[in-house]
Design a protein around this ligand. Structure first.
Ligand code: PMP
Length: 453
């Protein structure tokens, strides 16, 4: 590309970023204001609304959210970059995938242990369809349960060595409804600065005060709680087992010590660490050799290692009793489909029976990280398990690199601002146990070639 074109692209990208900043800020403050208003009964608009604006205010294309979507679309169009989003996969997406009739090495999926598409897992799903049909019909409290739902929950409770577990139909909704149901005004929710959107949404829904602490910085959390703990009734600390953007994990023992000293609950979201950390894939608890009871709320998703869709909470009986009877996302939502419960139960058994899958994932993640570092790529904080970013420093570059890799038969997703800071824009690689050493070597060589350009 000529220097003039490059400069024009950069200027256009900067102007669009400024617009995006403004709209994103508007959306964030609007959401916080609405959450507070929901609990205080105050009007959520900052100023009274002029009736002359009513017509514009009841059009979807005037919503800040629509402006955000339009700006992102415009970025791709103005910069002449094909959108890397919403690609259609024509078969099982694992270490490889098929898109538009072509095969790609695939790093844009969560099939960490290769269990989605596994013959035994698929056979159990088909058998469940034959036995129960495809729908759980309605809420489990009123429409009743299927044996396979409780079998899955009991199996997970036993993995965590806690009293019980409850399954929800979405991982995201699990965090939203559980945090929203357990905490309220007068409480404090303090989460890692890089916590997943579902944790933030749950905290907003609850009406509790929401604060964050710098990423993985337990000392800052300790200092924060020393300052403010007395001002709140109940306190929740929320962290993740492996962070989905950076691929690193917290020193969990430190957080357990802090939650004990400050009288707080600790929640760990294991979306990306279950099946990944620990010798047999039992997660961050196994990695650090901790007891199930050391953490108050274990959360995980069925969509990654467990090859299905949904989320779960494991912990003591009183917690699970509350959620089974009162969490709106459980009580007023359909039960986990029996086909998905059977899928994840079989995937869990395969994981426990075949620890070599977990060992292989670890080897592949290590290989990817070591080779990337050796090639001089910036892998940020990644510990090299399931998630390795390559930080490229601008959204534009991330999009260009992702498209260049696609042309070389590699499918990976770029992560743009505002999902991460502009200077931290990146390509994100999800590693599976089924990637071959050759696929990883070829991928790193291809990324390194782009970096040298
Ligand atoms: N928690 C974390 C940390 C996540 O990364 C995600 C999404 N990948 C979720 C929760 C939501 O899970 P799901 O996509 O299964 O709804």
């Amino acid at each position: 590309m000529r220097l003039g074109d490059q400069l024009r692209q950069q200027l256009a990208a900067k102007a669009l970023k400024r617009q995006l900043d403004r709209v994103t800020k508007e959306m964030e403050t609007g959401a916080e204001r609405a959450a507070v208003a929901a609990h205080t009964g105050e009007a959520s608009a900052a100023q009274p609304v002029n009736p002359a604006d009513y017509a514009a205010l009841c059009r979807f294309d005037t919503l800040p959210a629509y402006q955000q979507v339009s700006i992102i679309r415009e970025v791709s169009e103005r910069l002449g970059i094909a959108s890397p989003f919403f690609r259609v996969h024509e078969g099982v997406a694992g270490a490889t995938t098929q898109i538009n009739g072509q095969s790609y090495i695939n790093f844009a999926n969560y099939n960490y242990l290769g269990l989605s598409g596994d013959a035994e897992v698929s056979a159990s799903a088909k058998a469940a369809v034959d036995q129960y049909g495809t729908s759980a019909s309605a809420s489990r409290m009123v429409a009743g349960e299927r044996p396979v739902q409780r079998e899955l929950e009991r199996a997970l409770a036993s993995v965590y060595e806690v009293d019980d577990c409850v399954a929800f139909v979405s991982g995201h909704a699990t965090n939203v409804t559980v945090i929203g149901c357990l905490f309220g005004p007068g409480d404090l929710i303090v989460h890692d600065a890089l916590a997943h959107n579902s944790i933030v949404q749950g905290a907003q829904l609850s009406g509790a005060k929401r604060l964050n602490f710098p990423h993985n910085d337990w000392a800052a959390l300790d200092a924060l709680l020393t300052r403010v703990r007395r001002d709140y009734r109940r306190v929740l600390i929320a962290v993740e087992g492996i962070y989905s953007m950076d691929g690193d994990f917290p020193e969990l023992e430190r957080f357990i010590d802090i939650k004990r000293r400050h009288g707080a609950f600790l929640m760990v979201d294991e979306a990306h660490s279950f099946g990944v950390l620990g010798a047999t894939g039992k997660g961050i608890r196994e990695h650090f050799g901790l007891a199930g009871r050391d953490v108050d709320i274990w959360m995980g998703t069925f969509s990654k290692t467990l090859a299905g869709c949904g989320g779960y909470i494991a912990g003591e009986q009183a917690l699970i009793d509350i959620l089974r009877h009162l969490a709106p996302g459980f009580l007023y939502s359909v039960g986990l489909s029996p086909v998905l419960a059977a899928t994840s139960l079989t995937a869990l058994r395969r994981m426990l029976d075949e620890p070599q899958r977990v060992a292989k994932l670890r080897e592949r993640g290590r290989q990817f990280l070591d080779a990337a570092r050796e090639a001089g790529l910036n892998t940020g904080l990644s510990a090299g398990y399931s998630v390795v970013p390559v930080i490229v420093g601008s959204s534009l570059k991330a999009a260009q690199w992702a498209n260049a890799l696609f042309e070389k038969g590699i499918n990976t997703q770029p992560i743009f601002y505002p999902a991460v800071e502009e200077k931290a824009a990146r390509l994100r690689f999800f590693i599976c146990s089924t990637h071959t050493p050759e696929q990883i070597a070829y991928t790193i060589a291809s990324v390194a070639q782009l970096a040298r350009r």
